[in-house]
Design a protein around this ligand. Structure first.
Ligand code: ZN
Length: 172
């Protein structure tokens, strides 16, 4: 059990491609650390829904989601996830990241629906479709496993906003 430090934008580790996780002791430790760290961050920052293993220094394809404010609240662990289908339909979202310290948001485009193949904590293979907020969230997290950050999707420097301004303009 450990709350880990989150690796921040600019650190080259965030640009590495993670490798598949095996079902071993390390995987158990990664999942525990992701859960502990996400719980800590959600309490500390009052925002955020998920964390990917490379953000806490493990270059393994593991994601933990605790999206309690979603319209479809979900808690789940995704091991070795891959996107197997993407909708042509696109949505525009304001996205941020614990690796940006949630200090700013970027306006980017994501697929409205995706189909993801992954394994759960028990090694069961699951193929599941996600829509809207969970779809854009998982696209963000799976990007982390490939060394891609939300800022890479920016089309214009005008699509960045500090958190305080974003809360004033776009919350409620
Ligand atoms: Zn992120």
């Amino acid at each position: 059990m450990a709350v880990k430090e989150v690796i921040l934008l600019g650190n080259p580790l965030l640009r590495e491609k993670s490798s598949d996780a095996a079902f071993d002791d390390e995987l158990e430790r990664i999942i525990e650390d992701l859960k502990d760290t996400l719980t800590h961050l959600q309490n500390e920052k009052g925002i955020g829904r998920a964390l990917a293993a490379p953000q806490i220094g493990y270059l393994k394809r593991v994601i933990f989601v605790n999206a309690k404010s979603s319209k479809n609240p979900r808690t789940m662990t995704l091991i070795n996830p891959t996107i197997v289908e993407k909708s042509k339909e696109i949505i525009e979202v304001w996205d941020s990241c614990y690796s940006f310290d949630v200090a700013f948001f970027v306006r980017i485009k994501r697929h409205k629906r995706i189909k993801v193949e992954y394994m759960d904590e028990n090694g069961r293979k699951i193929v599941e479709e996600f829509e809207d907020d969970l779809s854009e969230l998982l696209q963000h997290e799976i990007d982390h496993l490939n060394g891609i950050l939300a800022t890479d999707h920016l089309r214009s420097g005008k699509d960045i906003i500090m958190r305080e301004e974003w809360e004033k303009r776009y919350l409620n």
